[in-house]
Ligand binder design. Sequence first.
Ligand code: ADP
Ligand SMILES: Cc1cn([C@H]2C[C@H](O)[C@@H](COP(=O)(O)O)O2)c(=O)[nH]c1=O
Ligand code: ZN
Length: 191
Amino acid sequence: MLFSEQNFRRGEFSGSIEVICGSMFSGKTEELIRRLKRAQIAKLNVEIFKPKTDTRYDETAVVSHDLNSIPSTPVDSSSAILLLGTNTQVVGIDEAQFFDDELPEVCNKLALKGIRVVIAGLDMDFLGKPFGPMPALMAIAEHVTKVNAVCMQCGSPAVYSYRTVASEAKVLLGEKESYEPRCRACYHALG
Ligand SMILES: Nc1ncnc2c1ncn2[C@@H]1O[C@H](COP(=O)(O)OP(=O)(O)O)[C@@H](O)[C@H]1O
Ligand SMILES: Cc1cn([C@H]2C[C@H](O)[C@@H](COP(=O)(O)O)O2)c(=O)[nH]c1=O
Ligand SMILES: [Zn+2]
């Protein structure tokens, strides 16, 4: 399924929520960008948001590890997403794990206004625990897509983000210098 369709109910567009989740390097951002660019090609009004704190590759754009990118608006809370333009038809949100607990309700309000909401985020933190608002978003979504990276130890499908540096902080921005994707067996072999 290409997720480019709008739902119809009684002849009017109705909104929906799609979640793309997985470990680091699993292709979440690429899949988000792919769906949003298709919506732009379909001439829909698309607005894209990311947390202001995520400055890893760019202050404003959403950028994948392969440096595919799409312009976005950095916001410091989920409620700011509700201030979008009145003719917005599709909303994209990247790094959803870093948002506050109000994000699911914000997305629900957008979907009830007829907006298609596409969200990407880490389902688990480096400890293998559910990350921020992601479990609640997955619960209320019409569609959940879980993507896998490649385990850097054995080449199997990877669902965990293993932290390779000494830090217990839940939030530690980084890429390959600080994390590697691992499969279940390699992650639990404790390094
Ligand atoms: N171990 C890995 N497994 C899969 N992809 C990887 C890996 N390391 C680097 N990549 C690259 O990362 C890209 C995915 O980047 P991105 O969409 O930004 O991932 P995510 O948002 O899930 O962190 C892949 O297309 C691939 O080129
Ligand atoms: C596992 C984990 C990750 N992070 C940070 C590291 C990156 O900056 C982002 C994830 O980016 P990606 O697009 O999914 O590659 O999150 C973190 O702060 N804490 C963690 O436990
Ligand atoms: Zn492995």
